[in-house]
Design a protein around this ligand. Structure first.
Ligand code: R5P
Length: 279
């Protein structure tokens, strides 16, 4: 039984169509801006689905309130499915006095939820901050299936070494070659960025990553691939956290941009709902 938070409304129709049973919940705001939550169903176990895209803090508070309401109603086992887990890039204190923000949110959710499922979290190691079972679900299969026909005998690339595991997972689904971009210093003032150990000339290339924000990373990678003679350039990313104008800028630089629907955007063409139903 699913309870859909305001960060999961865009997934509700497909969840229902694919057989998910939904518990009704009233979600609104008091005139002063505070959240109001009321769960209208009952039961023993529930899975709360809500991505925490902007306004992030409201959706996080709502997840806590839904958890509290479900416990109040006597639900014994609660799972939180948070496809896009905001604050995940704030995974360490870089200056004295800063929090590890992702840890704070995970600990707070752990007060109510027995299990946490996220999709392609920026740093999977941060799941250890959740005090119980926490699972990072890979959208690799969904991304691979979306691009399969378009890529042919192509190459899957990560924009940096840190995202190599993502490229590997998608490439393995497709049976294709994979690699990553690397920065190399070619003179005291110049840094060159290029794919390592693969020849992209005349090839279709799929660049995969966890997040697109400004689009700067993808545009830079796409421009290099064009110069190197790549044929088609495709971008498949999990979370479209697009800054103003980023969709247009990236779309102009590549043949196609597609992200998953962990966040609703005009280019959220790849659904993670089938994966949610398998959890
Ligand atoms: C960085 O570590 C992330 O994996 C993404 O590559 C980054 O957040 C993308 O940001 P932008 O779209 O602003 O270049």
């Amino acid at each position: 039984m699913f309870v859909i938070g305001s960060g999961g409304k865009h997934l509700e129709k497909e969840l229902r169509e694919l057989g998910g049973e939904i518990i009704k919940v009233e979600l609104r705001k008091f005139p002063d801006g505070e959240k109001y939550v009321r769960v209208l169903g009952s039961g023993n176990e529930a899975t709360v689905v809500s991505s925490t895209f902007a306004p992030q803090d409201e959706k996080i508070v709502e997840l806590l309130l839904i958890g509290d309401a479900l416990r109040e109603k006597g639900f014994e086992r609660l799972r939180a499915v948070v496809p896009y887990f905001s604050y995940s890039r704030q995974d360490r204190a870089t200056k004295d006095g800063e929090p590890v923000s992702v840890r704070a949110i995970m600990k707070a959710l752990g007060l109510y939820y027995d299990e946490l499922y996220v999709f392609d979290i920026h740093n999977p190691k941060t799941l250890r901050y959740f005090p119980a079972k926490a699972v990072n679900v890979s959208p690799a299969k969904a991304i691979a299936n979306y691009f399969r026909e378009k890529l042919g005998d192509g190459i899957v690339l990560a924009p940096d070494k840190g995202a190599l595991e993502r490229a590997r997972a998608v490439a393995e689904e497709l049976g294709l070659e994979y690699s990553h971009f690397e920065k190399r210093r070619i003179s005291p003032t110049e840094v060159e960025m290029r794919p390592v150990d693969v020849d992209v000339t005349g090839k279709n290339v799929l660049i995969v990553d966890d997040i697109i924000s400004t689009g700067g990373t993808m545009i830079k990678a796409a421009n290099i691939l064009r110069k190197l003679g790549a044929e088609g350039i495709f971008v498949g990313v999990t979370h479209g956290v697009f800054a103003e104008g980023a969709i247009e800028r990236v779309s102009q630089a590549v043949n196609e941009l597609a992200v998953t629907n962990t966040i609703p955007t005009p280019v959220s063409k790849i659904s993670i709902v089938p994966e949610i139903l398998k959890l």
